[in-house]
Design a protein. Structure first.
Lengths: 315, 330
């Protein structure tokens, strides 16, 4: 009993419970049909939310006001860059991925430069940057070869025994992110800044460098996500990243990371991403219209946030 | 409020009179920044295409300025309370859909729906305060709710604006184009309410120093509800004004307004924390964005692909200018 209690005390357990609940509701509706296929599909789609969610989690953990609003534009541009560099040829896959990573990282660097040089809130900095990135993408993506090389598309859709390989890789990546967050100087510094930026600075944390690294990391993850998305959906377009603004912030918060900063957890990002994807699958299975689906998604997000409650202010 | 801020304001009180004079000049410059950026955009337009500076030209260029200005004011109320509304765009779209359907066909039900939606905004304010929720996430979720409702009200683009609304928006006063008069009126009315009345001070104080206000006995729950209700009210006005201009609606019609409204508030001298906002600045910011986004680019022969980028660039330039001025303030 003690272990169950300890498990329930974890902030991330609720998102997994929610995901299982939604999954059960759906297979009860279908009479058990497609239960396994649903998990496979949910895993492959959740991967993309998890990758940007982890980046967003590190940013949000930096403290109030820190959020990366440029992720959708970033994903769009990086997916176009990746497809352009790969140019439909299997030999260029690695170069294309690197190009997407570099594009994303560069966007992260610009974001932080704006925050630092103009001393403006990250929301406005990433927002202004996203305006510009969006235009670059529209202008650059016009008349572009948008199909991924067949090898890359197959890789992004590759499954072993019903488990997407991309999901396995992402689990490894998130384990790495969890270690970085809890056991490495970088992660502890991010948490310290989120708890009290002034105290962290006085304690000798290089606040500027950690924030710079965090925004660059978030950008780089957005970039790689864009390339993978284009591979998975076998094509890039300007709007490919649009849904990831809400999704990236929602998975962080639903997963039990504090929006006030200073408290983060990685497993919750997975749980929340699976929850959101399964929720959409459920609503689609129930055959509701687009309007009702949007309405319910919004209400459930607001409901979950309300139930989870906000953090009492420190002090 | 953080301790270093209060310390800074004590410091400024101890400065010599010459320093204070320089400080006042920097403050004035900072206050004039929204007007200066608008003037700059106007000069650029006049230089590129002198014929645009006419009654007809302004009516055309500022066509959508009224709904943008109203949405910006709505966002400004939310920002004044240290929150952010990421749903105002889809809310404007939802109001537009209701205006083009219910408000025309069954005015009483239409009015009830719109009043109800303002009530939802009030409830959101209460919810955010009572549960201490992050407004970004709540309103991001609400943006889905409004969009879903808009699609349910109007599944396909269409509907028609009520005739009285069309008549109002088509009003052609002598000498000065309607959008300019309307923008001035909106700015002045809100300026009076928020900057010149005692409860306006309380409202801004709830963003400036909530703890002090709470200890002085004011209900922070009430201020948050009032700020969100005002945001809802101006969101409704924005949606109605928009439909009065476009004559028909579409569930996605307002989507761009969320970011435009935030940008307008910041351009107008508002700040994210501390209840520092300026209604007249916000209206000027909205006008600047409305002019810079399309007419200016068209005259400069820049393809429409770069319109969004222009908004971003203007934001960055104005913020950079503000940093330069603020440096002098210290």
């Amino acid at each position: 009993m003690v272990s169950v209690k300890a498990l329930l005390g974890r902030p991330w357990i609720w998102s997994f419970l929610g995901a299982v609940l939604v999954w059960l509701a759906t297979i009860v509706f279908t009479g058990g049909y497609g239960a396994g296929g649903m998990v496979t599909a949910a895993l492959s789609l959740a991967v993309f939310t998890v990758i940007v969610g982890v980046g967003q989690m590190f940013v949000i953990t930096l403290g109030p006001g820190n959020v990366d609003l440029s992720l959708p534009a970033n994903i769009g541009l990086a997916s176009a860059v990746a497809m352009k560099v790969m140019d439909g040829s299997d030999t260029m896959i690695a170069v294309g991925l690197l190009a997407a990573l570099a594009t994303g990282a560069a966007i992260g660097v610009v974001n932080y430069l704006l925050i630092w040089a103009l001393r403006i809130p990250p929301i406005i900095a990433t927002l202004s940057a996203s305006f510009i990135i969006q235009s670059i993408d529209i202008s650059y993506g016009r008349g572009l070869q948008i199909k991924p090389p067949p090898g890359f598309a197959d890789f992004a859709n590759w499954q072993v025994l019903g488990i997407p390989v991309l999901a396995i890789l992402t689990v490894l990546f998130t384990i790495g992110a969890a270690i970085a967050l809890q056991r490495m100087i970088y992660g502890r510094s991010v948490l310290a800044i989120g708890q009290n930026i002034r105290a962290a600075w006085l304690a000798g944390v290089n606040v500027g460098r950690i924030r710079f690294l965090t925004y660059t990391l978030s950008g780089a993850l957005g970039g790689i996500d864009g390339a993978l998305l284009a591979g998975y959906f076998r094509g890039a377009n300007v709007d490919i990243g649009n849904e990831y603004l809400l999704a990236s912030i929602a998975v962080v918060v639903i997963g039990g990371t504090s929006v006030a900063g200073g408290k983060a957890n990685v497993p919750g990002v997975w749980g929340a991403a699976l929850f959101l994807v399964l929720l959409l699958t459920m609503l689609n299975t129930f055959g509701v219209s687009a309007g009702v689906r949007l309405l319910l998604t919004g209400l459930i997000i607001v409901g979950v946030i309300t139930a989870a409650g906000g953090q009492k202010a420190l002090r | 409020m953080r301790p270093e801020m209060t310390a800074a304001s004590v410091d400024t009180g101890l400065k010599t009179s010459s320093e204070r004079g320089a400080l006042a000049r920097a403050r004035l410059l900072r206050g004039l920044l929204p007007a200066l950026s608008l003037a700059l955009v106007l000069i650029a337009i006049a230089w590129l295409n002198p014929r645009a500076i006419s009654y007809f030209g302004f009516s055309l260029m500022l066509n959508l300025a009224i709904p943008i200005a109203l949405a910006t004011i709505a966002q400004m109320f939310v920002i004044a309370g240290n929150e952010l509304d990421l749903s105002i765009g889809t809310f404007v779209g939802f109001v537009g859909c209701v205006t083009a359907t219910w408000l025309k066909d069954a005015p009483l039900i239409g009015v009830a729906i719109l009043l109800g939606s303002i009530g939802v905004y009030a409830l959101l304010g209460a919810l955010i305060h009572l549960r201490n929720l992050p407004s970004i996430v709540v309103t991001l979720g609400m943006s889905f709710v409004w969009q879903g409702l808009a699609i349910l009200v109007l599944p396909k683009p269409g509907g028609k604006a009520p005739d009285w609304l069309l008549a109002i928006m088509a009003f052609k006063p002598p000498f000065v184009p309607f959008p300019i008069i309307a923008a001035l009126l909106i700015g002045l009315i809100v300026h009076f309410g928020l900057m010149r009345t005692s409860y306006g001070v309380i409202l801004r104080g709830s963003g400036g120093n909530p703890a002090a206000l709470g200890r002085a006995g004011w209900s922070l729950l009430k201020t948050k509800i009032v700020l969100f209700s005002l945001a809802g009210l101006f969101g409704v006005l924005s949606g109605m004004a928009l439909i009065g201009i476009t004559t028909s609606a579409d569930a996605n019609i307002g989507n761009g307004y969320t970011l435009l409204a935030i940008a307008g508030v910041i351009l107008g001298g508002g700040e994210f924390v501390g209840g520092r906002v300026s209604p007249i600045g916000a209206v000027l910011g909205a006008l600047t964005l409305a002019l810079a986004a399309s007419p200016l680019l068209t005259f400069m022969h820049i393809p429409p692909d770069w319109q969004v980028a222009a908004n971003g660039a203007i934001l960055i330039i104005v913020l950079a200018a503000r940093v330069l001025i603020s440096r002098r303030e210290r």
